[in-house]
Design a protein around this ligand. Structure first.
Ligand SMILES: [Zn+2]
Length: 113
């Protein structure tokens, strides 16, 4: 029975993940601002700038989704629901939680989703 250590490991991993996502997002946003400034003042190639801005937007979406998953997992940790599948309520196997700490459903529920 090492549920506690799995949870402790998960909490640390999730906190680290959230931290680096937040930092990366901050970095992305300042890049984007630079891009906008550049776009306004000096526009030799508008199309290239627009493409880069779209790319940043898309990255932002992916990271926002991941950040939400990590945040929800931390909330479940706090209320003691962590490690249970949100669909079938069964215990998610520890190997899966270690590989994917923000997992909120078991493998079979993920696949049938
Ligand atoms: Zn399930």
């Amino acid at each position: 029975m090492n549920t506690l250590s799995t949870i402790e490991v998960a909490r640390e991993t999730l906190l680290r993940k959230r931290d680096s996502l937040l930092k990366r997002r901050a970095g992305l946003h300042s890049d984007q601002e630079e891009l906008m400034e550049h776009h306004e003042t000096d526009v030799p190639d508008v199309a290239a700038d627009v493409t880069s801005a779209r790319l940043l937007d898309r990255l932002d979406d992916v990271e926002r989704t991941e950040l939400e998953r990590v945040t929800r997992a931390l909330e479940r940790l706090d209320v003691g629901l962590y490690g249970r599948c949100i669909v079938c309520k069964k215990q998610i196997p520890q190997e899966r939680l270690r590989a994917l700490p923000e997992a909120d459903r078991c493998a079979s529920c993920t696949n049938s989703h």
